[in-house]
Design a protein around this ligand. Sequence first.
Ligand SMILES: O=C(O)C[C@@H](Cc1ccccc1)[C@H](O)SCc1ccccc1
Ligand code: NI
Length: 184
Amino acid sequence: MYLMKDITRDGDPVLRARAKKVQFPLSEADKQLAHDLMEYLVVSQDEEENKKYHLRPGVGLAAPQVGVSECMAAVLVPGPDDSILLKEVLINPVVISNSVQDAALSEGEGCLSVDQDVEGYVVRHDRITVRYQNLAGETKKIRLKNYPAIVCQHEIDHLNGILFYDHINKKTPFKMDPEGILID
Ligand SMILES: O=C(O)C[C@@H](Cc1ccccc1)[C@H](O)SCc1ccccc1
Ligand code: NI
């Protein structure tokens, strides 16, 4: 199971590299990687467990964040009352279309690989269509909006060597031009 010591931190070049496409059939190592990425998210979102293992909670984790430069990311986005909005391992994900409308989390974003807080609106697309392959190698297409869309964009960015603060306007961090949607 991954611990915080296993999470690659900003400054490590792997976080700025374009990750390699994952080949099918998946190797045993890739199957284990998919399992371990999702396991981190599940354990990190459990109040007792994350205290026991000193894990920062996460709703997404991309392979480069554990030092593996491959196009794979796990997302686990909880909904209201213990529901799950999105639980998937995205393999070779690509945003194939997006809304003109922008959106940002009103609270800004953080990152398991970035220890310091960076304030400001992380301007993203409000709605996206993502094409990816699942663990079985099936090609899937999902349409996402609001928070799940933000999470997937954050993770897909990791596969392209982009970190959340790259999207913050240095001069006007709390403005979103043109007008975008603030997500609470
Ligand atoms: O570093 C990562 O990729 C995991 C991030 C993903 C993320 C951060 C901000 C906005 C969207 C996605 C962690 O989940 S940051 C910690 C966190 C935990 C629970 C809810 C929100 C953020
Ligand atoms: Ni991150």
